[in-house]
Design a protein around this ligand. Structure first.
Ligand code: GUN
Length: 286
């Protein structure tokens, strides 16, 4: 079987267009313009690119952008004070603190300071708890994007074996919760898992979120599986150039899978689209 490509770029653009239309209607009917504050501390080059893309998407969706780019020597207390002001600002419906934070800060403390109702990243323990207990809240954007991509291929994933490789709070754990909520039979595998190839080979749905280039081999993929590759790894290419590759050995995996996401152009664009959707949701619920 040669896999169909799941086009995250097109699906992300379609979702962003729907959000933009909803934003237009929200402004017209209730006079509310959803607003997102993006907080970046320091000058990590990858984070600067991510933040620029997020702020561009905010403007394109017709939302209000509140950028806060702070120097690397900002103290944690100064950052907490800014978050306090954003929590109190009625024009700000969503707050995103770009990670990683400088090593001088404790990310857990900073993320806990964000009002859970404005936590459009879904990283606050209150939102993690709501997700784990199957109650409405704000779920993290990359896992939401993964689910939309899976549902594009399989609208009723109920009963399927889903294997998530990776157990981060940002992707692995929340995507496992969303798959469970969709009635999949869920396994979370990680760096200490024994017989990882065998675990992967049972997956009707495989979500790879380990952050290691092409660690998941094509030969581990079950025939006809849906493969969602969350990895974005920069690697050296012949000729001294660099390129992006996922966590899955794409060329071999696509010969076995039913559908697979490319890197880039798979999960990445969905993350930003889901951030826009979460910001709209936060604005509607205020
Ligand atoms: N750094 C890498 N991914 C993310 C994300 O989804 N949200 C935030 N805030 N920071 C990140």
């Amino acid at each position: 079987m040669t896999a169909a490509l799941i086009d995250g770029k097109a699906l992300g653009a379609a979702l962003r267009a729907r959000v933009a239309e909803d934003v237009r209607q929200l402004k017209e009917s209730r006079g509310i313009t959803p607003g997102l504050a993006v907080v970046l501390v320091g000058d990590d080059p990858a984070s600067e690119i991510y933040v620029r893309n997020k702020e561009k998407a905010v403007a394109e969706a017709g939302m209000a952008s509140f950028p806060h780019h702070l120097p690397a020597n900002t103290s944690q207390d100064e950052l907490l004070a800014l978050i306090g002001r954003l929590n109190a600002d009625a024009a700000v419906h969503g707050i995103l603190v770009q990670l990683p934070l400088p090593e001088t800060m404790d990310a857990g403390t900073v993320l806990m300071a964000v009002d859970p109702r404005k936590d459009v990243d879904g990283f606050h323990p209150v939102n993690a708890g709501l997700l784990a207990s199957g109650r409405p809240g704000l779920a993290p954007c990359t896992p939401l994007g993964c689910m939309r991509l899976i549902q594009e291929v399989e609208s009723q994933p109920e009963g399927l074996n889903a294997v998530v490789v990776g157990r981060s709070n940002i992707v692995g754990k929340p995507v496992a919760q969303l798959l469970l909520a969709a009635n999949c039979t869920v396994t979370i595998a990680h760096s200490r898992t024994r017989d990882l190839p065998d675990v992967c080979a049972r997956a009707d749905i495989l979500v790879a979120a380990v952050g290691r280039p092409q660690m998941i081999k094509g030969s581990w993929i079950k025939d006809g599986a849906i493969v969602i590759d969350v990895g974005i790894n920069r690697i050296a290419r012949p000729g001294g150039q660099s390129g992006l590759t996922g966590d899955v050995e794409f060329d071999a995996a696509k010969e076995r899978a039913r559908a697979i996401t490319p890197v880039p152009g798979g999960v990445g664009p969905m993350t930003i689209a889901c951030l826009m959707a979460n910001t709209l949701k936060a604005a509607k619920e205020r």
